[in-house]
Ligand binder design. Sequence first.
Ligand code: C2E
Ligand code: MG
Ligand code: MG
Ligand code: MG
Length: 283
Amino acid sequence: RAKKAGGNRVEPFRPAFRSMGTDRLQMETDLRRAIDRKELSLVYQPIVRLSDAEIAGFEALMRWEHPKRGSISPEEFIPVAEQSGLISQLGAFAFDKAASDLMDWQLQTGDLPIFVSVNLSSAQLLNNELYNDVRAVLSKTRCEPHKLKFELTESVVMENAEQARLVLNKLREAGLGLALDDFGTGYSSLAYLTRFPFDTIKIDKALVRDSSDKRTVLLRSVISMALEMEMQVVAEGIETEEDAVELGRMGCQFGQSYLFGPPIGCDSVLRLLKERFPLMKRA
Ligand code: C2E
Ligand code: MG
Ligand code: MG
Ligand code: MG
């Protein structure tokens, strides 16, 4: 690195930016080592019940602290992980860590009625190890399966519809929750998607914040359709109290956004839970 070069060493020529290809390759190499080097971690964002603002659960979101580049967004490194085949490893790490963290919290707060959801990519769904990995984590952590959920986007299930249905049915039978993530950004055919065993739908922030005059009618119909299909509804990216009230009136039960709380580290979650559920603290 040029910075570290001392004395009379001539600084090598570095172009202003590397080509996309080289950059990706470098990121892939770095990502490959990131798990072992403990550069990956999870943060948790509260999913809040709109009726009483109580915490219903958390979504686990991955963070990468790169030794040189600092923190890199999952929007950037998850696609690299997906294309390089690393996502199954990252995903397994995330599920294991999320279940373990939940059990740690419960050890210190008592058995709280909260869940943790973990994002799932399409390559993981195609990986035959997924189901066994999930079972292994469940027996290792002794976490109750209904306290864990996977979040999948509609493109993930539509790309591999047959395989998706098989695996998702098995996960549901094992007791895990399944949330349809980012609804409202793709084809958004809820009727089609009911052929998969989702119990929750997460309405994307783009739809929640849509400024067109069709917003209300869209939100209302998505929510009522989901409710009729006995799914729970989470609205992402709610920015104002007003929107929270409006969505609540439409029948949406949960919200997840900076308004209700940003993603926070494992220790902060524990503090938050102790504060929110004081009566359930262990003797
Ligand atoms: P997602 O699953 O839809 O997660 C929600 C994203 O919205 C998170 O971004 C969250 O921090 C952000 N967010 C929450 N509230 C607000 C809000 O009020 N306003 C705005 N503008 N954003 C809000 P994040 O953490 O950067 O993650 C981005 C995406 O990366 C996730 O979208 C998910 O698709 C993917 N991702 C993150 N962690 C994992 C993982 O462990 N595995 C997989 N496969 N994907 C992951
Ligand atoms: Mg998600
Ligand atoms: Mg989402
Ligand atoms: Mg997203």
